[in-house]
Structure formats: structure tokens, C-alpha cells
Design a protein around this ligand. Structure first.
Ligand SMILES: [Zn+2]
Length: 246
């Protein structure tokens, strides 16, 4: 069973994690929706999250792309506007800085807004794809955001355009998944940030590492035993506290 520390209550734990990051040669980060909500992006699954107001079957399934295409586009447009209205926070910047300093090897994320890249992270594995890229369902060629939002067909084959996000009923992108599995196997330290690890199969990833595992999250998880340290708090604040100790 790992230790659970409310930030402030346990500066010792923050120092310990900072030392682990300093000593690590292969730190891999896994981020979830909590990382984005601190930037003002509503999450999908929580109580009061987007899926409490919008039926995902109408806007986020392969079937919806067929049957409710205008509604899917409208839903995506709102999400894209949210992303554009908001910015990465200090936590994103710290992770990017650690990568730049050679401390973080890769960031795997369930978030689709591209904030890690905007903040400067270079090796980002987007497990659920990205709402900043689009392609044709038929021929797979890339398309522009405006083309998708305007409801235009593919320039090449007249097929229907869609965002590069993983819809319900779709598998995670195999190349991304394989890269994250390899990164986890190689990791001697895994930082899980902003997720309670409720969603399969992503929740299986941290256990692949033989190294230390740290959870930074607002709430505890029922997978607490998986972690050597649990720091409860906002990602931006906890990462800032760790960064000050580095
Ligand atoms: Zn096409």
C-alpha cells in the first residue's frame, strides 16, 4: 500500500518524488482529464461532466458519424472552441520543461486538446487521438479543420471527414498503444496525473513498469496499492511544488 499525502500536509513526500524524478533515467508521464479540467476544459466522464448532459451515443460513436453527422460536427465545434479559448497551465509547462531537461522521456495522454504540445512537450502519445487533426473516413487522407466544420467532403474522394479522435466502439490507435506499452516497460518512474484510472485499457498501463509509480490526482483511486506515492491535489499545484524541490 502506498502513502497518501495531501499537499502541504506532506512536504516530505513532495521532496521524495522530486528526488525520484532527479534520479530517474526513464520517467514516463500518463495524463488524464484532470490535467485538462485545470485548463478550463470540461471532462467527459465525471459526475456533472459532458456525458451527463450529452448522450455520447448521439455524438461520439461510429454510428453517430453515419446517422447524426451534423450533430457530431456541432459537438466537435463546441469542444474545439473550448480548446481554443483555453491555455495549457503551469503543470503542462513543467512537464515540457522536464522533458527539455532530459528528465521526462515521454508523455502519454488521454486528452485530445493538444495542450501538452502547445506547452512544448515533444514526445506526446495521444491515446485517444486528437481533436486538432482531421481525416477522411474513406481514404484516410488528412483534412483541414475548416473543411470538417463546414461539412465539406474530402478533396480527394468526396468521402466524409472526421476528427482524429477515438470514438466509442473504436480501438485505440495501435501504433500509439504499442509506443506507450514500450515506454512503460522501459520506465523506471511513472507519473500518473489527473486520472483515477477507471478506464480500460489505459488503466492497465502503469502496472507495466517495474519502476516506481506516483499518482498525482484530486481524489484517491481504488488502485492505490499500485503506487509508491499518492499526492492529492491539483496537478498544476503539485507539479509546481515538486518542481521547486528539483
Ligand atoms: Zn477521402
Amino acid at each position: 500500500m502506498g502513502n497518501t499525502s495531501a499537499l502541504g500536509a506532506n512536504e516530505e513526500a513532495v521532496r521524495r518524488v522530486a528526488a525520484w524524478i532527479r534520479d530517474s533515467r526513464q520517467t514516463v508521464v500518463l495524463t488524464g482529464s484532470g490535467m485538462s479540467t485545470e485548463s478550463g476544459i470540461p471532462d467527459f466522464r465525471s459526475q456533472g461532466g459532458l456525458w451527463a448532459r450529452v448522450d455520447p451515443r448521439r455524438v461520439a460513436t461510429v454510428e453517430a458519424l453515419e446517422a447524426n453527422y451534423p450533430e457530431v460536427r456541432d459537438f466537435c465545434r463546441k469542444r474545439i472552441e473550448e480548446i481554443k479559448r483555453n491555455r495549457p497551465h503551469r503543470g503542462h509547462e513543467i512537464l515540457a520543461g522536464w522533458e527539455h531537461d532530459g528528465r521526462v522521456r515521454a508523455v502519454a495522454t488521454q486528452n485530445i486538446g493538444g495542450f501538452h504540445q502547445i506547452a512544448g512537450s515533444r514526445t506526446v502519445h495521444e491515446l485517444h487521438g486528437s481533436l486538432r487533426r482531421f481525416h477522411c473516413r474513406e481514404c484516410g487522407r488528412p483534412a483541414a479543420e475548416e473543411e470538417f466544420l463546414d461539412g465539406r467532403p474530402c478533396r480527394h474522394c468526396r468521402g466524409r471527414l472526421r476528427p482524429d479522435v477515438v470514438m466509442f466502439g473504436e480501438l485505440l490507435p495501435v501504433d500509439v498503444w504499442d509506443a506507450v506499452v514500450a515506454a512503460m516497460h522501459a520506465a523506471d518512474l511513472v507519473l500518473v496525473i489527473g486520472t483515477s484510472l477507471e478506464v480500460y485499457p489505459v488503466n492497465q498501463l502503469p502496472a507495466l513498469s517495474q519502476g516506481r509509480r506516483v499518482l498525482i490526482n484530486l481524489e484517491p483511486t481504488d488502485q492505490q496499492a499500485l503506487f509508491d506515492e499518492v499526492l492529492l491535489g491539483k496537478a498544476g499545484e503539485v507539479l509546481s511544488a515538486i518542481d521547486r524541490e528539483m
